[in-house]
Design a binder for this molecule. Structure first.
Ligand code: ADP
Length: 295
């Protein structure tokens, strides 16, 4: 199964262009859609999930025209939205059974069986009789993935699922995602680079509605090999370095500021070359885009 997105554009009534001619092919397996807040990830996810219309463009899942056959798509779609509200007074099991019914699993034995399996898979079986309002953030997200997996979807969309989870909960959640069958298209949208590097065999970077890069994370890291230079500086020197060098990002470590610069040759000045990671790819591609559009 392949999801084919072609030339998708969306401008909201306030004039914000959230998607700018996005063209993208997504095969089965775990796909990471990476971009900062406001990049257009949710707009893209909601469009694929048939919840909003695009101005132009097409989306096909195999032969199925996603934008024209919303009902069909919803039967094979599992979606965990960014804002996932739960009914606080209903138990996990009751809610899943209700949602299973809505999903069209009308046979009661089959429904009970699949709810039980999903509760076990998401490690919520022991909490099945607890009200959803008493769940922790991590449990809510695991419940969210349980409801998204009802009815064996062929396309699973999870929008920023790890934001707000503590490291242990995040780990548990990502492990759960990694267990989804290999013939399913799973799109994980996130602004957390590590979510993609930990989990995804394919990815795209999106920024202000533009697709900057798509492909295999490992290969994309290779593409910036030899270009990334690092230096530890004082915080107040940052602005000065930003005018002199192509600083792609800065981070704090033990109270000191570490900057990463992209340059074809040794910038001198005490910089040392470092092996790149996906964060370098991410910030490098955003910086290259900004430099191009400013030119
Ligand atoms: P992301 O999910 O990457 O944070 P979004 O798709 O939510 O990005 O938003 C992309 C841009 O579109 C942002 O500038 C956001 O403010 C704007 N936007 C999103 N939804 C709406 C809407 N319903 N009306 C107007 N602007 C919107």
């Amino acid at each position: 199964m392949e999801l084919k997105i072609e030339n998708l554009s969306k401008t909201y009534s306030n004039g914000v262009k959230a998607l700018n001619g996005v063209t993208l092919k997504i095969s089965s397996g775990m796909f990471g859609l990476l971009g900062p807040n406001g990049a257009g990830k949710s707009s893209l996810m909601r469009t694929i999930a048939t919840l909003q219309d695009a101005d132009t463009g097409t989306v096909f899942l195999g032969d199925l025209d996603v934008l024209k056959n919303k009902k069909e798509v919803r039967k094979i779609l599992g979606y965990l939205p960014q804002e996932f509200g739960v009914y606080p007074k209903v138990t996990a099991q009751e809610m899943l059974e209700h949602l299973a019914m809505l999903k069209g699993i009308t046979n009661s034995k089959e429904r009970k069986e699949s709810v039980k399996n999903l509760l076990q898979q998401t490690n919520l079986f022991d909490a099945r009789k607890r009200k959803l309002g008493t769940f922790s953030g991590g449990m809510k997200q695991r419940f969210g993935i349980a409801q998204a997996l009802l009815g064996n979807p062929k396309l699973v969309i999870v929008d920023e699922p790890t934001a707000g989870l503590d490291p242990a909960e995040r780990n548990r959640f990502l492990n759960l995602l990694s267990e989804i069958g290999e013939n399913v298209v799973v799109i994980l949208s996130t602004h957390i680079v590590e979510d993609v590097s930990d989990l995804c065999s394919n990815m795209a970077i999106i920024y202000k509605g533009n697709l900057l890069l798509t492909g295999d994370p490992v290969k994309s890291i290779d593409s910036v090999k030899g270009l990334i230079w690092q230096k530890t500086i004082d915080k107040h020197e940052l602005a000065n370095y930003q005018t002199k060098y192509n600083v792609i990002y800065s981070r704090l470590f033990a109270g000191r500021t570490i900057i990463h610069v992209s340059a074809a040759g040794n910038p001198g000045d005490g910089f040392e070359q470092v092996p790149p990671d996906l964060k370098d790819v991410y910030f490098h591609s955003i910086m290259a885009h900004l430099n191009n559009t400013a030119a």
